[in-house]
Ligand binder design. Structure first.
Ligand SMILES: [Zn+2]
Length: 205
């Protein structure tokens, strides 16, 4: 297989308008008509702007259907020397590899106690009364491919005994989310402020 390689430049206005910023691009096409482009580098070709600014990329990854793009937004800026665009702080997703941690993170002690009683009283998964009992069975089944209450009951008993040792419970996650949303607000403000002092580049061939 051979690649057809073309190199070309793209240009953007600079912040003062007297010069240009150049982006060196490379496009590779293979025998199957697949094409990929990559950036080989960027330079400020303006004497004044090169003294005052440097180039920064603000990259954000977002959830996106594959047919709508790659889920990456990449904006380039001339940022005044001495400051920098803060990186984006996103919402943390909690993933637990251990099942007890996952259950403790989703249910309060009261709910887990209620679920345990439900399991001990009703004895069969099909007879469970509480939604959280069914959901705990689903979590256990997903992890261990088993639904037997005789296996799940000891897990819940252990969680109840150690509940105060878990770092993440619905309460601590709620507190975390409050701090996190404050942090995200501050982060967005800092990003906006830096961008307002910067010049967004818009490259064209
Ligand atoms: Zn300039």
């Amino acid at each position: 297989m051979s690649w057809d390689i073309i190199e070309y430049d793209e240009f953007s206005n600079c912040a003062c308008g007297k010069g240009k910023v150049v982006r060196h691009m490379q496009q590779r096409d293979d025998d199957w008509n697949r094409s990929e482009t990559r950036c080989l580098g960027e330079e400020i070709q303006c004497v004044d702007c090169a003294k005052k600014y440097h180039i920064e990329h603000h990259i954000r990854h977002y959830l996106c259907k594959p047919w709508k793009g790659d889920g990456i937004s990449d904006r380039a800026f001339l940022v005044p020397n001495g400051i920098s665009i803060p990186s984006y702080v996103g919402i943390r997703s909690f993933n637990f590899s251990e099942i007890d941690k996952e259950i403790a993170s989703m249910y309060t002690l009261e709910e887990i106690n209620a679920s345990l009683n439900d399991m001990l009283t009703n004895k069969y998964t099909t007879r469970l009364k509480l939604d959280c009992s069914h959901s705990i069975v689903r979590i256990y089944n997903k992890a261990h491919k088993k639904k037997s209450l005789s296996l799940i009951v000891p897990v819940l008993e252990n969680i109840i005994q150690n509940y105060d040792k878990y770092e993440w419970t619905p309460e601590t996650i709620k507190e975390y989310r409050i701090r996190e949303s404050e942090e995200i607000r501050e982060n967005n403000k800092a990003i906006d402020e830096t961008m307002a002092k910067s010049f967004e580049l818009n490259f064209r061939r």
